[in-house]
Write a protein that binds this ligand. Structure first.
Ligand SMILES: *Cc1c(COP(=O)(O)O)cnc(C)c1O
Length: 357
């Protein structure tokens, strides 16, 4: 068969579908639970009608970069648009690294960093996070310099740990390594330690943002890299020329202009997150030997439990999806109030059943 023609680095890769079934309660992928309001949906349909489907999209993604830039207070000339920030990770790894280069990331962290390194044949060192899941920045600096890595890739706050590194510590890292720092701020809308206001101060910093989380546009696949002019030029020169389609550009532009809606989304998601966290903490009190609920700076909550496998399976049987993280962790996205309530109720029931045995 064709296997002889397929390189080892991908020979055994299986197709990965993060979601393979639409569950009734969906707390698995850290999306927003908020749908676009009717008024915005009407505008979306107008945009669709006006789209010239026979023409390629704007290769510079001008309008959407302008709308996003305005929202975050960054000149669009420092932005690169991608088909999700996922694509931008791939562009960064492929264009800014060479064979023989080394990358540093953490375990656990967003798995796509290591994945794209593997495809690019870049060695990726995965530094284990401490047991409390709080990164020790001095250790990271030491490791990066010892290993002479060319890039450090991490999410802050971190998916899946929900913990965060302070601005001061991130700056310390940026200033004390001889490497690109790819800082993925996918969840920084739920915390307040963003480096976006200062990105121009550093010649080795690239920040990633996505519209898939609090903005609520996961369906469109729109993300951005924020970086100085040199990086931005190279990223725009090496990405695929028409990487963000016309519909996504048009619709994201409209939604990003609607700052009132965005602020409202953020507030609602944080409220849901707090509610979910509070409820889990309450359950933790009764099951101290079985679960540990971590604090959260994101729109999800991480739970450590020896019963992860059973809980995950039993929730699926009840048509509730959450994310299993390694052997002993569960990650639960803050959902609509009724989704949270249903999850909490079933979660507690399962715990009671399992611990009564
Ligand atoms: C969800 C997520 C992204 C977003 O990826 P998109 O491709 O923009 O949807 C990026 N980084 C992290 C850490 C994430 O959790």
């Amino acid at each position: 068969m064709s296997l002889d023609f397929i390189p080892d680095k991908v020979k055994k890769l299986e197709v990965y579908y993060p979601i393979d079934h639409i569950y009734r309660v969906r707390l698995e992928t850290n999306e927003s639970f908020i749908e676009l309001p009717t008024e915005l949906k009407r505008k979306v349909s107008e945009i669709a009608v006006d789209t010239k489907f026979n023409r390629y999209p704007d290769p510079a993604a001008r309008d959407v970069k302008e709308a996003f830039g305005k929202y975050i207070g960054v000149d669009p000339k420092y932005l690169t648009a991608g088909s999700g920030s996922d694509e931008l990770i791939s562009v960064i790894v492929n264009s800014l690294l060479e064979k023989g280069n080394k990358a540093l990331t953490f375990t656990p962290d967003f798995s796509m960093y290591a994945f794209y390194c593997r495809l690019a044949e870049v060695e990726c060192i995965r530094m284990k996070q401490p047991d409390d899941l709080i990164l020790d920045i001095d250790e990271v600096i030491k490791k990066a310099n010892e290993e002479k890595v060319n890039i450090i890739m991490f999410s802050n706050p971190c998916n899946p740990t929900a913990q965060g590194v302070s601005r001061t510590d991130v700056i310390k890292l940026i200033e004390n390594v001889n490497a690109i720092v790819m800082l993925d701020e996918a969840y920084m809308d739920f915390w307040n330690q963003s480096l976006i206001p200062d990105f121009q101060k550093y010649n080795n910093l690239i920040i990633l943002k996505t519209c898939s989380k609090f903005v609520g546009l996961a369906a469109l696949r729109v993300g951005f890299a924020i970086a100085n002019e040199d990086f931005t030029r190279v990223l725009n020169a090496t990405r695929s020329p028409f990487n963000v389609n016309s519909l996504s550009q048009g619709i994201a532009t409209e939604v990003l202009k609607n700052t009132e809606f965005l602020d409202e989304c953020k507030a609602k998601i944080i409220e849901s997150r707090d509610e979910l966290h509070r409820s889990l903490k309450k359950i933790e009190k009764d099951y101290q030997n079985n679960i540990k609920v971590f604090d959260t700076k994101t729109n999800f909550v991480l739970v450590q439990t020896d019963l992860a496998d059973t809980i995950f399976t039993k929730l699926h049987e009840r048509d509730i999806s959450i994310r299993r993280q390694g052997k002993n962790y569960l990650r639960i996205t803050a959902g609509a109030p009724e989704e949270n309530a249903e999850f909490i109720c079933e979660f507690e029931t399962i715990l009671a059943e399992e611990t009564a045995k």
